[in-house]
Design a protein around this ligand. Structure first.
Ligand code: FES
Length: 125
């Protein structure tokens, strides 16, 4: 099973987010990985209300309460660990989760061959 390194564990502090892109069926998908309550989760960077990015390209994903991911456009609130929308126009829907794991001091995206980060392109290890 291919796995691609996204970011070092030490670069992903609690409630920080790191954006990356990957290809699926010829389409470039923007995504982010974050750490919440010590666990690492990743989602496509698309709101479930209208398919636009959750952040305003400023890498801010958390609501002021620091307990929810927030869509900056209309304020939908998502549970960080599940991606489920608990308030807002898409209540009940969930962000598209990606399979990630943390090992060897890094976070890995599973089932892809290549990703693009702001820093550099990463290939399968
Ligand atoms: S586009 Fe995200 S809540 Fe409307």
């Amino acid at each position: 099973m291919p796995a691609v390194r996204i970011v070092g564990s030490d670069q992903l502090q609690e409630r920080s987010a790191f954006k990356f892109q990957f290809m699926r069926e010829g389409l470039r998908i923007e995504a982010f990985v974050t750490r919440f309550q010590g666990r690492v989760v990743a989602f496509e960077n698309l709101c479930r209300h209208i398919p636009i990015t959750i952040d305003y390209d400023d890498n801010r994903f958390y609501a002021p309460d620091d307990r929810h991911i927030v869509c900056q456009t209309h304020g939908a609130l998502y549970e960080p660990l599940t991606g489920k929308c608990v308030r807002g126009p898409c209540e009940g829907a969930s962000l598209h989760a990606l399979r990630v794991e943390e090992r060897e001091g890094a976070v890995w995206l599973l089932n892809v061959d290549r990703i693009q980060t702001q820093a550099k392109e990463s290939a399968e290890d």
